[in-house]
Design a protein around this ligand. Structure first.
Ligand code: ADP
Ligand code: MG
Length: 327
């Protein structure tokens, strides 16, 4: 009997119950999600959580231990060669040839994809135009800044006109301006109909995605639009609200805040504390209690949950479930 099931229509990626084991260790544990065509899908999670492993499974580089996945209409278990021709993949260690120029790198990667000379010429021109590489075509890639290297790497990964691009931490190690510019480019390309699967550690980047998922040591613990995740009952339970407490004494304030009745959770974000609070504990009350204990408070204000808050809450909950399962 064939194990191939129906390809779900329209999805760019459909992953169902993905499992990947390395020996006894389960790196990806029953992960399911769907990425629609044209989305910018942000895939987040701490180091070692299985992001790269999922990408390798979806790009046909690593066999699935269990589960199934379709990418651009193809079953990755049986069609990994064709999958690789339809997608682009900029790996975490994507390497340009430092002693080749921008143009030479594009020509090299275009030949790797087997583009015939006419198509290669057309695609290089289009890619230079789209990615804004025009002023740099003759520059050695070793002499490009980090941001421009990433634009060139992205260009190399899309020469064969893939409809879906996997970018594994494309902005790691580049400066904030270059990060923003690379994201602007992703939006432009997305408007041309390309779907993106992007891993990142940066929460501000996650906020820009149309769809985000969070993987925590092999388990998918969040999946949705940024706004739908903010409204999850686990993130914003009935009868609670969230505040930001700005104080020069964050660590002391955190220790004290956590002891107060009515505080559900509290975490430090830079110079402030984000706390989830029962409705009956009022802001003025909270302020009074802090100042009674000698903690200087610059500001307390209500706050909508950020995606970082979302992931923190869901991580706590997931850890609590794991603890409960252990006893
Ligand atoms: P991430 O990309 O989220 O940082 P990875 O997918 O690279 O995480 O790794 C997930 C886990 O799987 C890690 O614990 C890593 O050590 C392990 N892992 C990845 N590849 C292999 C492999 N080929 N053999 C054994 N363990 C691996
Ligand atoms: Mg990785």
């Amino acid at each position: 009997m064939s194990t191939a099931s129906q390809n779900p229509p329209e999805a760019s990626i459909s992953a169902e119950h993905l499992v990947r084991r390395f020996g006894q260790f389960t790196a990806v544990n029953d992960v399911s999600f769907r990425v629609e065509k044209g989305e910018i899908f942000g895939f987040l999670g701490p180091n070692g959580s299985g992001k790269t492993t999922v990408i390798k499974m979806l790009t046909g580089l690593l066999p699935l231990s269990e589960g199934s996945a379709w990418v651009e209409g193809l079953d990755v278990r049986t069609n990994s060669e064709d999958v690789r021709l339809r997608i682009g993949y900029m790996s975490q260690n994507f390497s340009l040839y430092p002693d080749l120029t921008v143009m030479e790198n594009l020509q090299f990667y275009g030949r790797v994809y087997g583009l015939d000379p006419a198509r290669l010429k057309r695609r290089i021109e289009e890619t230079i135009q789209l990615n804004g590489l025009g002023p740099y075509t003759d520059r050695l890639s070793a002499r490009l800044s980090g941001g421009w290297k990433q634009r060139l790497a992205l260009g190399c990964a899309m020469l064969h006109e893939p409809k879906l691009l996997f970018l594994d931490e494309p902005t790691a190690g580049i400066d904030p301006v270059a990060r923003r510019q690379l994201w602007d480019l992703l939006f432009e390309l997305s408007a041309h109909g390309i779907t993106f699967f992007v891993t990142t550690h940066y929460m501000d980047e996650a906020e820009r995605c149309s769809h985000v998922a969070y993987i925590y040591y092999g388990k998918l613990i969040a999946d949705g639009t940024p706004n739908s995740l903010r409204e999850l009952p686990d993130v914003q339970p009935d009868g609670t609200y969230r505040v930001e407490i700005t104080t020069p004494e964050v660590t002391r304030a955190l220790r004290f805040t956590r002891t107060l009745p009515g505080i559900r959770s509290a975490t430090i974000f830079g110079q402030s504390i984000h706390a989830l609070i029962d409705q009956h504990l009022e802001l003025d009350d909270l302020r009074a209690q802090l100042s009674k204990n000698g903690i200087a408070v610059a500001e307390i204000r209500p706050l909508a949950p950020s995606l970082e808050d979302v992931f923190v809450e869901l991580t706590y909950k997931h850890q609590a479930l794991l603890e409960a399962a252990r006893v």
